[in-house]
Design a protein around this ligand. Structure first.
Ligand SMILES: CC(C)(COP(=O)(O)OP(=O)(O)OC[C@H]1O[C@@H](n2cnc3c(N)ncnc32)[C@H](O)[C@@H]1OP(=O)(O)O)[C@@H](O)C(=O)NCCC(=O)NCCS
Length: 146
């Protein structure tokens, strides 16, 4: 059955935490971008969060960051993640963002392959996050065609 992709709301917080226990507790509150969830048979099986943020390695007049994408392992390769990515792209087009960027562990081969498949190219290893959360990631970006 095709997943339902919809905007997340505060009551989805526990379902998102069940998908990814490491999801930020403030994911649905206080962030500057939308969060989408994917549901199959009434259960949340994945989510994607965007945030309005720039990065010094990313050349863009109006960038948006793909902050988190997570799909439960049983649904990897099942077309859920591409549909979440399509929702992100649709948001970026609607809000005139010219670039989507993200940071990913260079060792996360599946995620890097997924992003490449969706038009993201590598910009090298850079610091991402702030304060205690700062770490080095592979930064990737994708031009948004309006
Ligand atoms: C990243 C994620 C959202 C991608 O969703 P997905 O459903 O697994 O993605 P897809 O199957 O559409 O694409 C992954 C691709 O990587 C390929 N792949 C799988 N393992 C791989 C590996 N070890 N090395 C290289 N490529 C690999 C798959 O074959 C697939 O390519 P294909 O469609 O050409 O066969 C999902 O894997 C996930 O939630 N992972 C855990 C959370 C995570 O890592 N999030 C990203 C953090 S930045």
């Amino acid at each position: 059955m095709a997943p339902l992709i919809r905007s997340a709301a505060v009551p989805d917080a526990s379902a998102i935490a069940a998908v990814n226990p490491a999801a930020s507790t403030d994911l649905l509150e206080g962030r500057s971008g939308p969060v989408y969830v994917a549901e199959t048979d009434g259960s949340v099986v994945g989510y994607l969060a965007l945030q309005h943020a720039a990065h010094p390695a990313v050349e863009s007049r109006n960038p948006i960051q793909l902050w988190q994408i997570y799909v439960i392992p049983e649904f990897h390769g099942a077309g859920i993640a591409p549909q979440l990515m399509a929702a992100a792209l649709e948001y970026a087009i609607r809000h005139s963002h010219d670039v989507i960027w993200l940071g990913v562990s260079e060792h996360n081969a599946r995620a890097v392959a997924f992003y490449r498949k969706h038009g993201f190219g590598p910009l090298g290893l850079h610091g991402v996050g702030a304060g205690d959360h700062e770490h080095e990631d592979l930064v990737m970006s994708c031009q948004v065609k309006q």
